[in-house]
Design a binder for this molecule. Structure first.
Ligand code: CA
Length: 678
């Protein structure tokens, strides 16, 4: 049986006792989602001896975001395409693997890479949500499916699943993703043993003429305006960040943006319950309370970041609170029994969409005009000041540790001609904008990333550790006065929890997004983490992310005196491209192709055709360039994850994209050596 974390609290670090065998049984380490382990064999004195014990390749160059679950010496994790792996924690030997065979041609509807954030474990079963919307229970010892349910209707709407399932008592709960495409979000609870549906909670109302499923939907419908607003699905997909409080029987989760992003296009109103933190009764699925972090969101400020439970002295006495570092740049402290707003403060500088929060209600005080349909430059950008990357809490310091993205900017251009179309994304951005805001954005100081140690009571940073890249990964805090965090340049670092002094680092060769976990097997403390760079920032590969390292994805495990040497085969191109076609391309076609590429292709093949983890098209052979219509329109490579764009692009537009790719290869080509010049 998996051992469960002991309830743990300590005022002073010295009071932290040595502990026996410890697993990492739940996504957030324990029910509180604090990602704190009392283990202290690896501590600020011994951490210099921390070394690699083993690593295993996971057969991917895509983003890896999973929190491994560890029980009785076995690691359960996911890789790309919702594939599940079980490893022996001591040796790294693969025990079993399970591939749910997600149809690759659905890749168009996965906004942010083919990622998965991990499994859940309960009573001998391993649960995984798949990109095509299934929830599958596997036998813990063999990886054989025990039951499988289709939790979404992929034919009706563009749903996907990237989150780890949550365990709430005898139920397993799963949400979904897809608000960028137009879906109606919901979470569903299933009997963990049988897979039978117990309840479903929708996050946004459906067609009012069909009646409402609950009072909560009736209330929400009053906050939606505009013509036929329900036809675009509404959005509000709960795509990450569930946590369960068994004492209150409450399940907490956040929801994504509305479909479309822009209220100027979908209709004014708060659009409940999008960009919102909600609590539902786990036994019945009824809404207990909600707190909308970004009412009438127009900026993709999903409230799906991890929600952490803590008991803190705030607002007059010890309160049961819920903590979140939101995409929108504000850190929230809510009463988790009632949803009451206790405090909120900006954790990054340079926020340009709101001047602050109403101290009583927590409602953002927007700057005038930010929600209208005119083009505008706003900070933070849509990836957020903090995203899904998990945060950790240390009971001895009472600090919350999380990665912050400071000074990110985005040009928002609502497409006034936007109309809901189920075959394409429904973000609502006008890709033809060529105004001065991009030049203004480039002229601003570049964004940067830092690990923040945040005092949630005082609502201020106690220390920060700036890193040389924008994106930091998830965080782990331990009884050894340590905070572990990886980042996009492949460095896994350990800092002292008390003052942020870096005391150890390891170069994993591939960028890290996922959080580390720690546990013991036969008295030895291990640290395990997945290294794999991708997700939305990795695939878009914008210059702002800095020296992020695309590479082969792997799982790594460390312990004191580990002596293994990391084998990291080279990834990517060593030299600039040699253009396969040297003929000068029609400038008008190149210009059109540039706009099309940076509207449709850059999400995977990189902004301005400079790719990260997926094929860099500037290196395309003549054969590939000549078969571009077959690849892009006819879906020739759909089974490899390159979907057909037949419903989105015309033959003429593909020809323009081809001209642009060729021109980009020529522009960035290796200079001809002097000896070969004529
Ligand atoms: Ca979103």
């Amino acid at each position: 049986m998996p051992k469960r974390f002991l309830a743990f609290s300590a005022i002073f670090l010295m009071a932290i006792p040595a502990v026996g065998e410890q697993d990492w049984p739940l996504h957030g380490g324990s029910q509180t989602n604090q990602r704190f382990s009392p283990l202290n064999q690896i501590n600020e004195q011994t951490v210099s001896r921390l070394g690699l014990v083993w690593s295993q390749e996971l057969g991917t160059s895509r983003g890896l975001e999973a929190t491994p679950i560890v029980a009785d010496g076995v690691i359960f994790t996911t890789g790309s395409w919702s594939v599940v792996f079980a490893f022996d924690a001591r040796t790294g030997k693969l025990k079993w693997t399970y591939d749910p065979r997600v149809p690759r041609e659905r890749a168009y509807f996965f906004c942010c890479d083919v990622v998965n954030r991990g499994v859940a474990l309960r009573n001998g079963k391993v649960y995984v949500g798949t990109l095509d919307g299934r929830l599958i229970a596997l036998d813990e010892t063999s990886g054989t499916p025990v039951w499988s349910v289709q939790t979404t209707d992929p034919a009706a709407q563009a749903y996907s699943i990237t989150a780890a399932p949550a365990i709430a008592g005898d139920k397993v709960v799963i949400g979904n993703s897809g608000s960028e495409y137009g879906v109606r979000g919901y979470i569903t609870a299933y009997d963990a043993e049988t897979g039978k549906q117990v309840w479903r909670f929708y996050t946004v109302p459906g067609d009012p003429s069909k009646g409402f499923e609950s009072k909560a939907m009736e209330v929400a419908a009053k906050t939606w305006h505009g013509k036929d607003w329900w036809k675009a699905g509404g959005g509000g997909s709960p795509w990450e960040g569930m946590t369960y409080d068994p004492d209150l029987d409450l399940l907490f989760f956040g929801t994504g943006n509305a479909s479309t992003w822009y209220r100027a296009l979908r209709g004014e109103g708060d659009s409940l319950y999008t960009a919102c933190i909600l609590a539902v009764k786990a036994s019945t699925g009824e809404l207990a309370w909600y707190f909308q972090t970004t009412p009438a969101d127009s900026f993709d400020f999903d409230a799906t970041q991890p929600l952490m439970q803590a008991d803190l002295s705030v607002g007059g006495g010890l309160r049961k609170v819920l903590l979140q570092a939101n995409k929108n740049g504000f850190f929230y402290v809510l009463d988790r029994q009632t949803g009451k707003f206790l405090s909120g403060a900006p954790f990054v500088s340079g926020i340009t969409w709101a001047s602050g929060l109403d101290p009583k209600t927590g409602r953002p005080i927007e700057y005038p005009g930010v929600g209208d349909a005119n083009p505008k430059l706003l900070s933070p950008e849509s990836t957020g000041a903090h995203n899904w990357n998990p945060m950790a809490f240390h009971p001895a310091t009472s600090l919350v540790y999380f990665p912050a993205r400071v000074g990110t900017q985005m040009v928002h251009v609502p497409d006034r001609k936007w109309k809901y179309d189920p075959d394409r994304d429904n973000v609502g951005i006008d890709g033809n904008y060529e105004g001065p805001l991009f030049a203004k954005m480039v002229s601003l100081p570049p964004p940067f990333g830092e690990l923040l140690a945040w005092n949630p009571v005082a609502q201020k940073a106690v220390w920060s550790a700036k890193y040389p890249v924008l994106d930091g990964g998830g965080v782990l805090a331990t009884g050894g006065n340590l905070v572990f965090q990886g980042r996009s340049d492949g460095i896994l670092a350990a800092y002292r929890a008390t003052d942020g002094r870096q005391v150890w680092q390891f170069d994993a060769a591939t960028g890290i997004m996922a959080p580390p976990v720690t546990y013991t097997v036969e008295g030895v403390q291990y640290v395990t983490i997945l290294a794999g760079w991708g997700g939305a920032p990795g695939l878009m590969n914008t210059p702002a992310v800095g020296a992020a390292k695309s590479g082969w994805g792997r799982i790594l495990t460390f312990a004191l005196d580990g002596k293994a040497v990391l084998k990291a085969p080279h990834f990517g191109h060593k030299n600039p491209p040699l253009p396969a076609i040297t003929a000068k391309q029609d400038p008008q076609a190149v210009h059109t192709g540039a706009l099309l590429f940076n509207s449709h292709c850059f999400l995977c093949h990189g902004l301005n055709a400079v790719a990260g983890s997926l094929p860099d098209l500037r290196y395309s052979s003549k054969a590939v360039l000549d078969s571009l219509p077959a690849i892009v329109l006819d879906g020739e490579r759909a089974s490899a994850g390159m979907p057909s764009f037949q419903k989105i692009l015309s033959k003429k537009e593909v020809a323009a994209i081809r001209a642009y790719i060729i021109a980009r290869a020529q522009e960035t080509a290796r200079p001809t050596p002097a000896s070969q010049r004529r």
